[in-house]
Design a protein. Structure first.
Length: 123
């Protein structure tokens, strides 16, 4: 990945986070964060990974964000017009890495608790 791509990803992530924070109508006042952005080498396409914390119906939330894709892209264009010639097409994807981390934490806690229980039984 080029330095140009990395810088552009950071710019897009920063501005999209600002857009989502300042315009709660895009996400219906739910807790959504932009966890990562991946941009194609030609800067014309961006995968935007959304971290949806404590949201029950993730598919519905993703559908709502995708319905607002055009408006989100338009606001992004107004924010990056002095920094980039191209406003990439946005593809929103649910990032479930945080869920996996929470799951692994719960599994490790359960194993630790069972170990403690066994040690206490053997005393």
């Amino acid at each position: 990945m080029s330095v140009r791509q990395e810088k552009f990803e950071g710019i897009i992530q920063q501005h999209l986070a600002d857009i989502f924070q300042r315009n709660p109508e895009f996400v219906n006042r739910e807790f959504v964060t932009i966890s990562k952005v991946e941009v194609s080498p030609d800067l014309g396409y961006a995968k935007v990974f959304l971290s949806l914390i404590k949201i029950q119906n993730r598919a519905e939330m993703l559908r709502m964000v995708n319905l607002q894709n055009g408006q989100i892209r338009k606001q992004l264009a107004s924010k990056i017009r002095n920094q980039a010639r191209i406003v990439p097409e946005l593809n929103f994807i649910i990032d479930d890495s945080l869920d996996y981390a929470f799951h692994m934490d719960a599994v490790l806690k359960k194993v630790h608790d069972e170990d403690e229980r066994k040690r206490n039984e053997n005393k």
